[in-house]
Structures are given as structure tokens and as C-alpha cells.
Unconditional design. Structure first.
Length: 165
């Protein structure tokens, strides 16, 4: 997902409950600069000004190679794709869903046999694939400190929707 700078700045300012004047005071930027930036009419402004605005608003200023997405966008996309898979597991006939879970478990067996992933990663996935289909589907929706790492290397690759562009 691509974000438009004027929208991000405006929404962050509003979420913090700041007027343009208050943001100007807190960041050291001119109020007219903030107004132009939020209106999308500022085409040439100083990086230092943008950096101070971002720091004041709690935003991260990131430069990415053209065509690349931020890591956080990729994590959200992986979560979205696994959520869609969970919905599919609950929607397809039980026999088909069971076969899909069996295929994911077989992929874990291959990972283990060929030592493709760390044992801890495989153990975490095995725990998520234990039990009946409904339980497995609900575990695909879980979000904790391990989720991003797990979803980055998933035994469900055969069943996931394509990545977002």
C-alpha cells in the first residue's frame, strides 16, 4: 500500500489532536509550510523540516528502492493472506480442508528432513497445525511476537493468495 505524504501528515496531526499552529510550534516548522504540505501543494521543502515534523508526529521517514514495499506492509500482507486462508479452510468441505492441513504438515516434515528452517521455527508451526481444522484455522489468525517471523516462512505457500503488488 502506498501512502500519500499530505494524507499521512494530516491524519497523524489530527490523531495527536494538534492544530497546524500547535504542530508548527512543536516542530519548529512554519504553519504555512504545514498547510502547503497537507494540501499537497508543497513540492520543494527541506528534508530537515520533514524530519522534524515526522519526529513530532511519531512517524518514521523511510526511503525505499523503487518498487519495494516497507517491511511493515509485507507483514500486514502476510497476515491478510493467512487470514484469507483461514476463511477458506472454514468455507471448503471438511475433507478438502483436512487435506490442506495435511499438506502443510507434510511441508513441515520436508523442512525438518532437509533442515530448511531452524528447529524452533518448525516447532512453532507444528504447534499451530495441531488439532482439528477449525482450531488450525483460528491459529492462523493469532498475532503475537512470533507472528511476523512465522508468516514470512510459511508451510502454507501452496495455498496462499499471491502477494499484493
Amino acid at each position: 500500500m502506498r501512502y500519500k505524504l499530505p494524507d499521512v501528515i494530516r491524519e497523524a496531526r489530527k490523531q495527536k489532536g494538534l492544530s497546524q499552529e500547535a504542530l508548527a510550534k512543536a516542530s519548529g516548522a512554519a504553519r504555512i509550510t504545514i498547510a502547503r504540505l497537507e494540501a499537497g501543494s508543497a513540492r520543494d521543502f527541506r528534508l530537515g523540516t520533514l524530519t522534524r515534523l515526522c519526529e513530532t508526529l511519531g512517524l518514521e521517514l523511510v526511503a525505499l528502492p523503487k518498487g519495494r514495499r516497507a517491511v511493515s506492509d509485507m507483514g500486514l500482507d502476510a497476515r491478510r493472506r493467512h487470514a484469507a486462508l483461514a476463511a477458506a479452510l472454514l468455507a471448503v468441505p471438511e475433507e478438502r480442508a483436512g487435506a490442506m492441513v495435511a499438506e502443510a504438515r507434510a511441508e513441515l516434515d520436508r523442512w525438518e528432513r532437509e533442515r530448511l528452517h531452524p528447529p524452533a521455527h518448525i516447532r512453532l508451526w507444528r504447534a499451530r497445525l495441531e488439532g482439528p481444522v477449525r482450531t488450525v484455522a483460528l491459529r492462523l489468525l493469532e498475532h503475537n511476537e512470533q507472528t511476523a517471523a512465522l508468516l514470512a516462512d510459511s508451510p502454507w505457500a501452496f495455498a496462499l493468495e499471491p502477494e499484493a503488488a
